[in-house]
Each structure stands twice: as C-alpha cells, then as structure tokens.
Design a protein around this ligand. Structure first.
Ligand code: GAP
Length: 514
C-alpha cells in the first residue's frame, strides 16, 4: 500500500513539475477537486479526445458528433431522473465531523482485501518463479478464495441495500465491518442520508425573473433532447449513434485522488439508438469494442477488467464498468450502460413532444432503446499518465524518469536539439523545426548538455529526439534517439519526418481497431 501511495504522489508531483496539471487558482491556495491542464496536459488531453472522436465518429459511418450547451432547460433534469435520484449516500463521523460517501467507505474496505490478494500473488510468484500460473493460483489457493468470497459478499450486500434504498443497512454494514474514520479512527457514525450532486445556478438578470438551472451532471442529456433533430437532419437509420465530448459538473463529496474524481470534469459519451429487444447483443458488442479501443493504446491487458454493476442506475437494465488499475487499485474508468427507452420516453412525457423513430423495415414507429458508452476524459488522462510514468535503473547505476506515453498521444512528438549553440548548427535545427511543424508538435531545445536535454524530453514523454551536429553539415545525417529504448541511430535528415510519422500517426494506431 505504501508503495502505491508513493507512486501516486510521484504521479501528482511529476504532473506539476513537467507542465501537465496545476491545482486551480493555486495562488489562492487552490480550489478543492478542481484542476487546470497546463501546456503539456492540454495537448495530451486533446490527443486523447481526438483518439476517441476519430474511433467513434470518423471510423463509424453511422455515428455523428454534436456539441450541445452545458445549460439546459431545467425540466430536462426532472425528466432524466437526476432531480429525484442523482444522489450519493453520505455519512458523517461524529467525532471528526468529516463527511464521507458511505459506499466509498465500504469500497475502500474491499480494496484493502483486494490488496491482500495481490500480496499473496506477489509472494507466490516469488516462491514459484517461472512456473507460476497466476490464473491457477487465484482459482485454487484457499486463502485467496476466502478473501475473494468475503469481498464479493460485501459488495453484493452493499449493492442490494443501495438498490433498495435501505440506508439503515448500509450503516449496519459499516458498523459490522468496524470501518473507522480514516482521520480520527473513530467508529461513531451518523445515519446515512442521500445528497443530490447537481450544482444549481440562476439564469436571468433580476431576482424575480431568474430561472433555476443546473450545470449538467452528464453530457448524455444534450444528446437525448437532440435525438430527433439529428436523426431527421442527418437522415440517420437505426442503429445509429450520437457522440459528444464536453464538461460535466458534480458536487462530489469525496472529491479526492487528484483528477480521478473532480467537481468539474469532461466526459466523452456516445448514445447508440437501437431497436427495442436488441439491447443485449449491442451491450456485448460495445463492451468488446470499447475494450479494444483501450487495448489499442498498449497500456497492458492485465490493467483492465470488467465489473458488472450490482446496483443499477435509475435508467439502466444492464451496466458494467471497464476498470483500470490506477496507482490506488482497480477503479472505474468507463461505463457501458443499457439505458432502455427510459430517457427518450421521459422526455416525451415531460415535453409533450413525440421522440419516435419510424422504422421502414418494421413499418411502425417506436421509441428507440439506447446503449451508452461513457468515459471520463480526465480519468483516461490519469490512466495513461500514471501508467506511463516509470523510474528506470540504467546500466551505469543511475536512474532515469521517463514518461512512456503512447507516441500517438504524446504532447510533443519530436524534439530538435543542436549539439552546440554555434557553428551554424542552430540554423539547421531551426530549418528542420520549420519543416516538421506542419505535421507534428515539435520542440526546440539548445540549452544544457545534450544528455540533460534527452532526460528533460524523457520526463515530458517526447518519443523522439533528433540531434544536429557537425557531421550534419557535412553529410546531411542526424542522430535520432528513441525515448523508450534510448537507442540512437544515424539517419538522413530528410528521413526524420517519415520515421516520426510512422510511429505517431493516429491512423496507424486506429488500424488496430479494424
Ligand atoms: N451518462 C452516464 C454517466 O454519466 P457515470 O458512470 O456517472 O455515467 C461516466 O459517469 C464516466 O464519467 C465515469 O466512468 C468516469 O470516467 C467519469 N466521471 C464520473 N464522475 C466523475 C468525476 N467526478 N470526476 C471525473 N470523472 C468522472
């Protein structure tokens, strides 16, 4: 656990030191659970967004993208169920006066059980060496099986109590597990109460005429209310999808773990409109498609797992998460939800407008069912960034810090480094920058010894460095250095663009999805 905490602290400090993420309004001591993306962070975030958008919209003829407003008519949130049901179960510790999400307290308890399983695995792997079979160990070791059964039992009970709104049982569970306040160590808890997560605001210039609004807690509703507009103007035929990326806001109580749980965050959502009755097949299809998207980035197959929801959201008939192994354990990265016709039917009811599709094959109109994929852009950022950050022991007994970002997502693709600040080398380097900048984000760095410059680019995650030296002036060759292997090669100056393009071009990565 201590190791995980150390790793996570390093992620946060590296993000700040290398211009990825700053605390919002830091000069005023920051604002809790709100963050700003800095010069490199904004590029990485944009690249992740583009990678999602291209995979969704560009590669699927039947998916189109929109950009709906954050403000929506307040009845939207009545119809969507968020006014009545978008709640978190909260519990206060009477001694520390700290407020917690009751479900998160229980989930953290389960995470500790899972950490014990991991510990058993690590010990056994050491004991058995090369002959260790993790799958077999997990399914046969009695201690591990007992831990797993306990974790499953707890989560099942939590899910059931939340589903039945049995908040007294959630409190009973916390007491039975003897969960203590992480701050005070006290087990003196209040009852569990529900708390609505939407931020309210007002529209209008005078107090009398002002209208109560909410900042959207999910981007999905902007898609639902535009469903018929898009279907008609785009002449879309079912099945078809509408995708969107944009900000969402939630008054999270347990807003911690850096950008994992924020109050202002960005979602990338896609609603797939389908024929009623086909939802199970589309649910399986989108589970597979979304996992493939993740795997195409090469963060490691073992870092993902599916988790079926015990407690279904108010709109779903089936739901699961794709969980990722963050530095603090497996947590939700993306949700895949079979939302039935809940949203469209309710918008019909509250607006009095028909939101139906005429199916020419069936020769009848119906309210489509919806399959949703929903991923937090900031969470994806954290997954990519924390996975990439590595400390490597080098042969000469030194270490290097390297950010092994997938090249397609790296903020800067190539750094051009003149070996010296004289003899015409900067001029050649600048010429190369000016050629490459039409295709890639390029950095130019002439300060410090070249070894230090390499390390700086390693820490930022730049996949390639190209050094211009005196030999370049003689034979038009340069040294290209690969971030991950630190291999250096002599190549022709006019080959640089092609070599970099091959590794960073989005289409080469997206082809893995075919
Ligand atoms: N439209 C469905 C929906 O919003 P959700 O499971 O509440 O479902 C979807 O959220 C995704 O949004 C999550 O899987 C997560 O990646 C991201 N997300 C949710 N709350 C977040 C928060 N407070 N901070 C950062 N990301 C969040």
């Amino acid at each position: 656990m201590a190791n995980q905490e150390d790793k996570f602290k390093k992620v946060i400090s590296h993000a700040k030191e290398y211009g990825y993420i700053f605390q919002s309004s830091e000069i005023y001591d920051g604002l809790s659970a709100v963050y700003d993306y800095a010069q490199n962070g904004a590029e990485l975030k944009k690249n992740i967004r583009d990678y999602w958008w291209q995979a969704m919209v560009q590669l699927n003829n039947n998916i189109v993208g929109i950009d709906a407003a954050i403000f929506m008519h307040p009845t939207t949130w009545k119809a969507s169920g968020h006014v009545d049901a978008f709640n978190d179960p909260l519990i206060d510790n009477k001694d520390s006066k700290k407020r917690y999400r009751a479900d998160v307290l229980v989930e953290d308890y389960v995470a500790k059980i899972e950490a014990k399983i991991e510990k058993e695995v690590t010990k056994a792997a050491k004991r058995f060496g090369d002959s260790f079979d993790k799958k077999q160990f997990l399914s046969t070791n009695q201690r591990v099986l007992d831990y797993q059964a306990k974790a499953d039992r707890i989560l099942k009970r939590l899910g059931k109590s939340l589903e039945n709104e049995d908040l007294a049982d959630v409190k009973a569970l916390i007491e039975e597990l003897e969960i203590a306040c992480p701050l005070s160590g006290s087990k003196n808890w209040t009852d569990v109460k529900q708390f609505n997560l939407m931020f309210g605001t007002k529209l209008g210039s005078t107090a009398e005429s002002a209208m109560d609004l909410y900042l959207r807690p999910e981007t999905a509703q902007g898609i639902f209310v535009n469903f018929l507009n898009v279907q008609k103007t785009g002449r879309m035929k079912i099945p078809f999808g509408i995708a969107q990326t944009g900000k969402a806001f939630r008054n999270e109580i347990v807003a911690r773990q850096f950008i994992f749980r924020m109050r202002e965050f960005e979602q990338m959502e896609m609603q797939y409109f389908i024929k009623p009755g086909t939802q199970k097949a589309w649910y399986d299809t989108w589970k597979e498609k979304r996992l493939n998207w993740h795997l195409s980035l090469g963060l490691g197959e073992d870092n993902y797992r599916f988790h079926d929801h015990e407690k279904l959201a108010h709109y779903a008939d089936a739901a699961c998460d794709i969980e990722f192994k963050f530095p603090f354990g497996f947590r939700e990265l993306e949700g895949i939800h079979s939302r039935t016709d809940f949203d469209l039917s309710n918008h019909e009811k509250y607006s009095g407008k028909k939101l139906q599709y005429f199916d020419p094959e069936e020769n009848k109109s119906y309210v489509p069912y919806v399959l949703e994929t929903s991923i937090g852009l900031d969470r994806m950022f954290l997954a990519v960034f924390s996975n990439a950050l590595q400390e490597e022991e080098l042969e000469n007994n030194t270490t290097r810090t390297v950010l092994k970002l997938p090249a397609v997502l790296a903020p800067t693709k190539v750094a051009i480094l003149p070996l010296l600040k004289r003899d015409g080398l900067p001029e050649v380097a600048e010429k190369l920058v000016n050629e490459l900048k039409w295709e890639f984000t390029v950095a130019y760095d002439e300060k410090d010894a070249v070894g230090r410059r390499y390390r700086r680019q390693d820490a930022i995650g730049t996949p390639f460095c190209v050094t211009i030296d005196h030999q370049t002036l003689e034979d038009d060759t340069v040294t290209i250095r690969y971030r991950d292997t630190m291999e250096q090669k002599r190549i022709k100056l006019n080959e640089v663009g092609e070599i970099v393009a091959k590794e960073v071009d989005m289409k080469n990565w997206l082809k893995k999805l075919a």
